[in-house]
Design a protein around this ligand. Sequence first.
Ligand code: UAG
Ligand code: ATP
Ligand code: API
Ligand code: MG
Length: 486
Amino acid sequence: MRLHALLEVLPFYKVQGEGNPAISNIANHHKKVKNGDLFICIKGLEVDSHSLAHIAEKNGAAAILAERKVDVTIPVIIVPDTKKAMAVLSDHFYEQPSHQLLLVGVTGTNGKTTTTHLIDQVFTSNGMKTGLIGTMHIKAGDELEVSHNTTPDSLTLQQTFRRFCRKGVTSAIMEVSSHALDQGRVHGCDYDIAVFTNLSQDHLDYHRSMEEYRNAKGLLFSQLGNTYYKKTPKYAIINKDDDAADYFIKSTAAHVFTYGLSEKADFRARDLQLNPSESSFTLISPFGEKEMVLSLAGKFNVYNALAAIAAAAAAGIPVEQSVKSLENAQGVRGRFEAVSEGQPFSVIIDYAHTPDGLKNVLETIQSIADGKIIVVVGCGGDRDKIKRPIMAEIACEYGDFAIFTSDNPRTENPIDILKDMEAGVVGKEYKLIADRKDAIKAAILQAKEGDIVLIAGKGHETYQIIGNDVCDFDDREVARQIIREL
Ligand SMILES: CC(=O)N[C@H]1[C@@H](OP(=O)(O)OP(=O)(O)OC[C@H]2O[C@@H](n3ccc(=O)[nH]c3=O)[C@H](O)[C@@H]2O)O[C@H](CO)[C@@H](O)[C@@H]1O[C@H](C)C(=O)N[C@@H](C)C(=O)N[C@H](CCC(=O)O)C(=O)O
Ligand SMILES: Nc1ncnc2c1ncn2[C@@H]1O[C@H](COP(=O)(O)OP(=O)(O)OP(=O)(O)O)[C@@H](O)[C@H]1O
Ligand SMILES: N[C@H](CCC[C@H](N)C(=O)O)C(=O)O
Ligand SMILES: [Mg+2]
C-alpha cells in the first residue's frame, strides 16, 4: 500500500518532506523496523521514541508518523496523537480484520481470563476455530505465543487479528483491560459481544478514582453497536448483581443480556450448591431451565460460567450445548489450582491479586476447610498502593494465619510494600517474610493435617520481577519442591 492510500483514513495531518513510498508494514519499536516500514513514534511513559526516528530510518523505514518534526530525510506525517492514529492506520492497513471475526471482549476487575477461557471452550467444543487474547497467552487455533500485556497495543492487536483470519479463525475472544480502553489499544475493534464481569478496587495508581476506572471500562460498551461498523446485532452481557451494572447497561446501544444470582437476571443460577471441586445449580434462562454441574469451585466461577453461557447464547449457541461444554470445562492454570504431592493438607495456588479476588477465594476456601487456613500473600510493586492494607486485612480476617511476602516488587523496596500491607492489620497475628520462597516454606512447614495453605497473587506466573530483573519463580514448582523435601 502506498503512503497516501494508507493516510486516507486520517482526518487530518501535516507532512514534512516529500514522496509517496510503498509501505510494506508498520512498526512501533525501532528494533522491529524493516525495509519499507512506516515507523510510528510514541511519547510513552518510559520512552519517547521520537528520539529513535533516525535509527528507524537507518533500519530501512520508508516514512515516519510523529507528533512533531523529527530529524530524518524520509517523509514524516505529523498528527496530534500518534497512539490514536496507530489504531486507525493499523485497522486500515491490515484490512479491518476484526470486522471479519466474531469478536468477543471481556472486561471487569476479576474473572476476565477465566471467562474468556470458558467462552473459548464453549466455542471450540461447538466446532468453531477460535483465537484467544489475554493474560496467559495469545492462542491462534492450536498455536500459543506469550503475551506481554493482557490486551496488546493496537498495532500488535490488528496484526494478531490479521493472523487469526489467515489461519481460518472465525471468532476471537479477548480480555480488554481498563488500561487498554483508556489508551485506545482497542480503538477500531468491531466487537460483536462485550462482557462485564465485575467492578471492584484495583489500579488506582493509574485511574485517579473508581469513577474514572469504571468509565474506562464503560468505553467497551459505549463503543459497541457503533453504526460505522458491520450491521449485525451487538450484545452486552452484564453482571446484574454488580453495583455498576446499570451504568454499563445505560452506556450501550446494544442488546443486553444480564446474568447473576438475582431473580432479575436473564441468565441466573438457582439452588446453588458449592462443593470443594464443583458447583451445581439450576440454570434459568430465556431458553428454559437446566440442571448443571460445573467442574469449578467457588461462587465467582458460577458467575464466570453464567457470563460464558450468555455470551455463547448471543453468538447463537444453544444453552444446552454450552452447559454440556462447561460441564467438561477445564479450570485455568494458576486459578484455584491444587498442588498435590500426597501431603495431608491442601495447597492452593490462586491468582487473586485484588481485595475482591482475595476475599472471594478465601470465602470459597472457608466453605471447604476442615482445619486452619494459612494465607501467603503479597502485593505488586509499582501498582495500586491503596489496595495493600485492604488485602492484608482480608487475609487476616478470612484466614487463620497470614504470611505477608513479596509478589512482584518491581522497582519498589519489598520492605516498603510489606509496611504498606501491615498498616491494615493492627492487633492481628501475622508474619512478614520478604523472600517468597521462604514465606511459602514457612506456611507449608506450619500446615497440619486438614489445613489449607493458600498461595495468592501470582497464579500462573513463572517469574518474579525484582527491580528490573525477571527471575524464574513458579509458586506451583516452589510449593511442590518444598512438600517433596518434607
Ligand atoms: C502503564 C502502561 O500501561 N504502559 C503501557 C504503554 O507503555 P508506554 O506508552 O509507556 O510505552 P513506552 O515503554 O514508554 O514506549 C513508548 C514507545 O517507544 C517504543 N520503544 C520503546 C523502547 C525502545 O527501545 N524502542 C522503542 O521503539 C515502544 O515500542 C513504544 O511504542 O504501552 C505499551 C504498549 O501498549 C504497554 O506495553 C505498556 O504496558 C506496560 C508494560 C504495563 O505494565 N502495563 C500494565 C499496567 C497494563 O497495561 N496492564 C493491563 C492489565 C491490567 C489488568 O489485568 O487489569 C494490560 O492490558 O496488560
Ligand atoms: N468473577 C469473579 N469475581 C471475583 N473474583 C474472581 C472472579 N473470577 C476469578 N476471580 C478471582 O480473581 C483471580 C484472577 O482471575 P482471572 O485471572 O480470571 O481475572 P482477570 O480479570 O483476568 O485478572 P487480570 O486483571 O490480572 O488479567 C482468580 O484467581 C480468582 O481468585
Ligand atoms: N494485571 C495485573 C496483574 C497483577 C499480578 C500481580 N502478580 C502483580 O504483579 O501485581 C497487573 O498488571 O496489575
Ligand atoms: Mg486476565
